[in-house]
Design a protein around this ligand. Structure first.
Ligand SMILES: Cc1ncc(COP(=O)(O)O)c(C=O)c1O
Length: 285
């Protein structure tokens, strides 16, 4: 919802928005950008989550030609979900911001896990946020609130966003009870994210040592581990099902491609148990 509202704030029907072809907004928001804002998406391939500022610049439509759509928005994602929780470096975001400013185009940051990026990199969230006109982040996920995402922007943007949210059916009354958990998330759960990152690294290294599984360890920056399974193993969905029988929840994202996420309720012993069960599963399936 927050990303959709952000798109509506910056783009109108017939406009074009630029985003990574592996971004959450492009892949997992049910085509909402087209449905809600009537925009077309111009996807670019990133280098493991990093969009190339010069490729973005080349994709921006020149003004003044009535055949062309107007490029209205560049969407960034940090950390990058499908690229395994990779942190997009601040310098990359700053370079994209410069391109956007040069062409008068707005930037939205899908920072669902921006606190993970900040804790792992030491870069303050506000520095990442300064690269964008609007930012969303999730109070759920690693920050542990049961529900909730926040949209940040200028005062004018937020006044419009509240109205857009209402029109999209996302407004709630009696929301204080939920907001209370969000305050705990921000006050008590941010520093704790480092534990999730440590557990993810341990999990990733353990998986990488198992025959038939591979993990690109270079990009395990935060709390997500993407595991590739070799063709000699059963499809990832079968592994997902077998793990679930042991109470371990992971997600098959493709036939040979799974996602594991560490969080508050996963500790180092759970990682050991997951590795030992995974070893048994892949030798018995
Ligand atoms: C990168 C990313 N962006 C956005 C979201 C969703 O945010 P919301 O449910 O608030 O729309 C998620 C996960 O659900 C995500 O992984």
């Amino acid at each position: 919802m927050a990303n959709q509202v952000a798109i509506l704030l910056s783009a109108s029907s017939g406009d074009e928005i630029i985003l990574d072809d592996k971004s959450h907004t492009f892949n997992y928001e049910a085509g909402g950008a087209a449905f809600n804002a009537g925009v077309q998406t111009r996807t670019l391939k990133s280098d493991h989550g990093l969009l190339d500022p010069s490729e973005i610049e080349a994709a921006i439509r020149p003004p003044g030609n009535y055949h062309l759509p107007r490029t209205a928005l560049i969407c960034l994602e940090n950390t990058h979900n499908l690229w395994g929780g990779r942190i997009v470096p601040l310098q990359n975001m700053e370079a994209i911001r410069s391109v956007a400013r040069k062409h008068g185009i707005r930037v939205h940051l899908d920072g669902a896990r921006i606190f993970n990026a900040s804790v792992a990199s030491g870069v303050p969230v506000k520095k990442y946020a300064a690269c964008a006109d609007t930012v969303m982040f999730c109070l759920s996920k690693g920050l542990c609130a049961p529900i909730g995402s926040i949209l940040l922007g200028s005062k004018g943007d937020i006044v419009r966003a509240v109205k857009l949210r209402k029109m999209l059916g996302g407004a709630m009354r009696q929301v204080g009870i939920i907001a209370a958990a969000g305050i705990v998330a921000l006050e008590e759960m941010v520093d704790r994210l480092a534990e999730d990152h440590e557990n993810a690294r341990k999990l990733a290294e353990g998986f990488a040592s198992l025959h038939g599984l591979s993990v690109n360890l270079e990009y395990v920056d935060t709390n997500i581990v993407i595991v590739n399974t070799s063709p000699e193993l059963p499809p990832a969905i079968k592994i997902e099902e077998a793990l679930r029988e042991h109470g371990i929840l992971a997600l098959a994202l493709g036939p040979r491609f799974m996602r594991f996420v560490t969080h508050h309720d996963v500790n180092s012993q759970d990682v050991d148990r997951t590795l030992s069960i995974m070893r048994k599963i892949i030798t018995s399936l």
